[in-house]
Design a binder for this molecule. Sequence first.
Ligand code: PGA
Length: 263
Amino acid sequence: MRNPIIGGNWKMNTDKASAVALARGVLSAAAASPGPEVVVFPPFPYLLPVKEALSHPTIGGRTVAVGAQDVYHADRGAFTGEVSPLMLRDCGCTWALVGHSERRHILHEGDDNINLKLRSALHAGLSVILCVGESLHQRDVGETNHVNEKQTRLGLREVKAEEIDRVVIAYEPVWAIGTGKTATPDDAQDAHEHIRRVVADIFGRDAAERIRIQYGGSMNPSNAAELMAMPDIDGGLIGGASLKPEDFGKIIAAAAAAARVLG
Ligand code: PGA
């Protein structure tokens, strides 16, 4: 059975003190619900203090991993303003997010660029969450599966079979991110099932059965349980609600409960 993974994408929020306080809150919340893997994505300047806060003797042996919200596709060199996968490793990160819709739409990142980032992060030994998802217009004209398939295939191009187990896919319908609108559990399940079929087509059935596909887009304590009760929804990538340890903790608890039922 797939272990659910709950990610907290803090986006461009917090300051140093509140990031450290939030990290401590997440650690306690995670300790209260053993099982699901938990990872937080603070802004770059706070990776080190957050890692430090999470490295203190953990409550009940629980660990919360740290990841970066983005990564560049070269290890070093003349790339002003960028941060390499090796630097992230050096700061104690074990995860990177790539292809978040805010980067696709606000910063105009394309699938080729996202694929380069994903491969170089994997090559450096990081695990990666690849975000995919359709816009409202694409959903309205019936292109949801087509868009997710394209972003998944292009994002995973040339990923090696031995690397695919370090990839998680986050299905995040663009129209649901930060809007308070959520995909219905059935719609989300359909999208996840299709993405899993695409992974099976590229990497085979076993890899597709193992890969975790999270839902993201206004997941909160009141909708998390019904989303994660769906057979192909293996956790969540949480924005707004990840800034409140109590809400984030309830989502981790919902993931733990769903895993018990599905497992
Ligand atoms: P949201 O963000 O939970 O605030 O909708 C999710 C995300 O962008 O990953």
